[in-house]
Design a protein around this ligand. Structure first.
Ligand SMILES: Cc1cc2nc3c(=O)[nH]c(=O)nc-3n(C[C@H](O)[C@H](O)[C@H](O)COP(=O)(O)O)c2cc1C
Length: 204
């Protein structure tokens, strides 16, 4: 698939076909991730890949609790943007199923420093893993697959890493579910902008 086509087609998926993904496709997608730019030349990235229901359940048991707590403490009614509100109403009830029902879950890990950064350069490790993640998204799309994305809330990430035996100097950036998208799933409206609406030539 041509790069601009993959960029155009990429979208977050939360509903899946009941169809497994060959492991060699997952590896190919992760190879694309590993081609991402790296701030310190070291590519300090590792990945946990979950496939069996038992593996997924073990890692996701904290997600259920975190989402329930979020829903209790954050009223979606208070979101001023109606498009955003609609998206949350669709996405929130799917936060567990969009991962558990995906045939594979990839957990990208990065060597953590700078989470209390005082300047953007101290966030380079975090920025690099998100370059990896975007490569994974585009490669997934190019393969005709879909992905779901969830970022752990509060202490959730640390708990998951502990459960999965991740060394204490690494942090998880996200959960990425990968599978064949359910083509019948509803498409929720998104804000869209042109470059002309966002460019400030010369200065803001
Ligand atoms: C940093 C980041 C965190 C996100 N976290 C979540 C999440 O926790 N749960 C979720 O369902 N979607 C999450 N998303 C996906 C967004 O909801 C999605 O990208 C947005 O609605 C735009 O839709 P699109 O990706 O289909 O273009 C996240 C996206 C980003 C970039």
């Amino acid at each position: 698939m041509e790069i601009y086509e993959a960029i155009k087609k990429r979208k977050t998926c939360r509903d899946w076909q009941n169809k497994d993904v060959p492991l060699n496709m997952i590896k190919k997608i992760m190879e694309a991730g590993l081609k991402a730019p790296t701030h310190n030349h070291l590519r300090e990235w590792e990945f946990i890949v979950l496939h069996t229901p038992q593996e997924k359940e073990k890692a996701l048991r904290f997600t259920k609790a975190a989402v329930e707590e979020f829903e209790q403490n954050n009223s979606l009614d208070s979101l001023p943007d109606k498009v955003q509100q609609k998206m949350y109403r669709y996405a929130m009830p799917r936060q567990y199923s969009m991962l558990f029902n995906a045939p594979y879950i990839i957990i990208p890990l990065f060597k953590a420093s700078g989470l209390r950064a005082k300047s953007v350069d101290q966030l380079n490790g975090f920025a690099s893993i998100w370059c990896v993640i975007e490569n994974i998204f585009l490669a997934t799309t190019a393969e005709g697959l879909g992905y779901s994305l969830s970022v752990p809330i509060g202490e959730e990430g640390t708990k998951v890493c502990k459960e999965l035996g991740v060394p204490s100097d690494y942090l998880m950036a996200a959960y990425i579910g990968i599978g064949y998208p359910d083509a019948t799933a509803s498409r929720i409206e998104q804000h869209a902008y042109t470059a002309d609406q966002k460019i400030h030539f010369g200065s803001w």
